[in-house]
Each structure stands twice: as C-alpha cells, then as structure tokens.
Write a protein that binds this ligand. Structure first.
Ligand code: ABU
Length: 506
C-alpha cells in the first residue's frame, strides 16, 4: 500500500478522517517542537535572515491549481517555521510584544479549534460571557467603581484609539452618526507629539482631518506638557474649532513615558473634554501595586486603550477598549442588522454584543487572555510585571557602568530602555575632539547615526538577537530594547549587553 502522505491532500476521497488525524497530529508535534520549544531556546537563533529575493527563491510561495501531498505540506510547515522570526525567543526584544505564554498559546489554539465569531450569544455563548467578565475585571483594575462602563476587544490598539475618538464624538455630537460632519465646526483632537501615530491616522479615517489633531509638546522625558495643552485648547477655541477629546499616553512607544494624567484630567474637566488614555503599552503596570502609580489618575479617564498582548504577553492580538460610559459604544456604532441581531430571539439579546463593534465577524481574542488570567491569577500577572520592571532596571544599571553605552533617558519610566552604543573607534574620536555627551557635536552625531543600522544589520544577519532603533526629534539613531517577558533573568540582561559589545566592535 502506498503511503498516505504521498497522496494529494486536497481530495476527500483519498484522505480519510484517519489520514487527516495523522497529518494533524504530526503537524502539531512539529509546531510544538520546532516553533515553540526550539524556537524559544537560547541555544538557537532568533531568526534565519534572507534578503527578500533570496527568500523568494528558497521558499516555495507559489500556490497551484493542483493540491500537494501531506509530505510536501509538512515540508512547507517546516520552512515557514525556519524562515520566520521567533518572536517568543528571549532575545527578541525588538517590539512591544514578545514571549510565548504556554497558557496563552493553548487559549489561542483553542480559539482556532472552535473558530467562533464573537458577535452573538447564539454562536459564541462562552466567549460572549467571558468577554463581559474579563472586560469588567479590567475596568475594575483601571479603578472605575464596580467595573462600571463597557468595553470591547479590538483588532489592535490603533483601532481601540479610533473607538475612543468615535465614542467621544458621539458623546458630544450624536447627530454625526446620521447626518455626518457637514456644516459642523472643526472638531479638534489633542494628543502629544510622542503619542502613537494611530491618533492622527484614525482621526483622518473618521473624517476629522489630521490638521485638526493638535500635537502638544513633550518635556525632556517624553511627557505631555499640560500648560501647552491648555494653550492649544484655548487657541483652537479662539480659532472657531470645537475641542472634544484629549488622548493621553501611558507608556509612549519609543521612550516609554507616562503623561501626567491627573493634570490632564483637571484640564479636561475645566473645558468639558473627553479624556482618553492610550495605555496600550503601559496598561499592564496597573496590575502591580508597585508600578501602578505610573498611571495615577487613570480612573478619571472616560476611556482607556489597554493591550494585554503587550506588557502582559498575551498572544497577538489582544487589545481592548474600555469606556466608563455604559451606552456610548452601542449607541455610536449599532446598525441593527435584522438578519443577525434579531430582537425576538428566545434569550436575552443584550448578550448579542457584536453590534457595539464596527466589525461584523470577529475573532475571539478574549479566550487566550482569560486562560492566562485563570492560570496565573491577578497576582501572577503582578509578579510578571514586577520581574519585568526589575529586569529592565537591572539592564539599565549594567549599561550605566559599561563603557560605550550612553542613555537617551537617565531614568526611563517603563521597560523600554533607549540608548546609544558608541563603538570603540568613536569613543576615541569623542575623547580626542570633545569631552561631552553625544548630544553636542554635529559631526559626532552624524557618525553615531550610522552605527545603530550597522549593528542591527549584523545582529539580523547573525540572528543572535533583535533590538529596534529609531531617531527621535533631533537625536541620532539609538536603540530601544523592550522587556516584557518575565522568562528572562539577570543573566540574560548581561548576555544582551555583551552581545551589543560583540556586534559593535569596529
Ligand atoms: N503600537 C505598535 C508598537 C510597535 C513597536 O513596537 O514599536
């Protein structure tokens, strides 16, 4: 008898249920072994980099009229794993997500095995009640009394920020839903110059125009300047605009700064503006008694974006929008599709929560997060946050003492640490030409600007770690290392420092 794996996989007649089961079990074994265990082992690389044209020729991307065999499909699976970045690897510290949480992964697989669409109770009863429970618990953590309000899981923090703008607009101008923006004053949005670009993007998407997003100055550590905010609000009123929302940031993308929420809340109260807090990144700190002070005053916000896939390491994607006002999400977004949200169903249709969203079909992102929360408890999350901040602080202390490392911020607030690595030859230049920090010499800045891309190229090609770099205002390129996996320890901090020293050799 021929091996079932030699037969085309696509024909039901040649692939029995047993064949599928065998195939599926083999695939799961490979996934676990190669993507999860080997993919997160310190002994292995973070990535196997290829230039795009090289990858195009090495990897079989083409889809064909005829299906392929199980054996071929398994080879494709292995290649996907081989050439993908192992974002669960301890040395993937490149972005605001990382790590593979075992409970989160089981929840993720369960989500896909059940494949619910989280819009009605009739097709997703468990998920709908789970969402309500988890979102209420998150609102309690934010500090809203008895978890009052409403919330949704969103496809990413940008969309969550868009919901904030949409809800705020509906709260003050409900007529926009039916009549649009025609003939209205210019609606003005305020956020800091260090805020996430999604505020501008979504303001534009919602028809407000990027020119009506007013960027408030940030101070030297990246926090919004409340005095400048007030000046901009007054100016915008004088210019005939209608300010309606301030979007504060709790954990900015690059510097990890936390805006002074209390002061911003005072200004919002004075001018009757909606206060949104984009805590997509820093929201995780709320579960820690030690670190929640970074978000002091968040309970005064009207809405909050909080992404558990960031600091709490839930698998991608897990983003939430939380709002203090109970009805505004439904009132702003419902369209009452008669074929889906029938009001004469035999159960309480308040549990058909899908109409609060702008999406129709929707993945159940709650499940993995709920499963993690069940496994660890809030106390487990707290330990995770405390250890992650401790790791970041340890890394900071090492590089403070180490020749060649120069900090962008002496005391970063979150677990993203920004620094320059000055290679030995540039240190010599630095000594010979001036005796100061990187900020002051134009030629030095220019030389330094080219260092991070070079080191990044080396680390990607060797595959030993991934750390991102960027400019900020007039600063030359610097690295931003991001810690969020509590699976890392102090040895890893030292390893990462040494890796910079090795890759940064002249
Ligand atoms: N909001 C996405 C952040 C991307 C980053 O890691 O820089």
């Amino acid at each position: 008898a021929s091996n079932i794996d030699d037969k085309p996989a696509t024909f039901e007649s040649t692939s029995t249920k047993k064949d599928h089961e065998t195939f599926f079990r083999r695939c799961l074994d490979i996934l676990l072994q190669e993507a999860v265990f080997e993919g997160t082992s310190r002994k292995n690389k973070v990535l196997e980099f290829r230039q795009p044209e090289q990858l195009m020729s090495e990897f079989d991307f083409q889809v064909n009229p005829d299906g392929e065999t199980h054996e071929e499909l398994i080879q494709h699976l292995r290649n996907v794993i081989k050439y993908s970045v192992k974002t669960g690897h301890p040395y993937f510290v490149n972005q605001l997500f990382s790590a593979i949480d075992p409970y989160g992964l089981v929840g993720q697989i369960l989500t896909d095995a059940l494949n619910p669409s989280a819009y009605t109770y009739e097709v997703a009863p468990v998920v709908i009640l789970m969402e309500e429970t988890v979102l209420k618990e998150m609102r309690q953590v934010v500090g809203w009394k008895n978890g009052e309000g409403d919330g949704i899981f969103c496809p990413g923090g940008s969309i969550a920020n868009g919901y904030a703008i949409s809800c705020a607009r509906h709260y003050f101008y409900p007529e926009v839903k039916t009549k649009g923006l025609h003939g209205m004053k210019k609606l003005a949005v305020f956020t800091s110059e260090d805020a996430h670009y999604s505020i501008k993007k979504l303001a534009s998407f919602l028809g407000l125009g990027t020119e009506n997003v007013h960027l408030v100055k940030t101070d030297s550590i990246g926090k919004m300047d409340p005095e400048h905010l007030e000046q901009l609000i007054k100016k915008s009123i004088d210019d005939g605009s209608a300010p309606f929302i301030v979007s504060a940031t709790a954990g900015t993308t690059v510097l990890g700064a936390f805006d002074p929420i209390e002061k911003l809340a005072d200004i919002c109260e004075k001018y009757k503006l909606w206060l949104h807090v984009d805590a997509a990144w820093g929201g995780g700190a709320l579960v820690s008694k030690k670190h929640r002070k970074l978000l002091k005053g968040i309970e005064r916000a009207d809405s909050v974006t909080w992404n558990p896939h960031k600091l709490l390491t839930a698998p991608q994607q897990c983003s939430t929008f939380l709002v203090k006002h109970e009805k505004v999400l439904s009132e702003a977004h419902s369209a009452n599709a008669a074929y889906l949200f029938q009001k004469d169903k035999f159960y309480d249709t308040k549990y058909d929560t899908g109409d609060k969203h702008i999406q129709c079909g929707r993945r159940a992102d709650v499940l993995k997060f709920w499963y993690m929360w069940k496994a660890k408890g809030t106390k487990g999350f707290e330990n995770h946050i405390d250890k992650t901040f401790d790791n970041a602080n340890h890394f900071l202390n090492i590089i403070k003492e180490r020749p060649g490392f120069e900090l962008v911020l002496p005391e970063p607030e979150c677990t993203n640490i920004c620094f320059w690595y000055v290679p030995p030859s540039l240190r010599t230049y630095q000594k010979e030409n001036f005796n100061s920090t990187v900020q002051n010499d134009e030629e030095f800045k220019l030389k330094l600007h080219s260092v991070a891309p070079k080191i990044k190229e080396r680390m990607m090609k060797e595959g030993t770690m991934m750390v991102t770099y960027q400019t900020h205002k007039s600063k030359p390129n610097f690295f931003r290392i991001v810690f969020q996996s509590s699976g890392l320890d102090r040895n890893d901090m030292l390893h990462l420092v040494r890796e910079f020293e090795r890759l940064g050799e002249d």
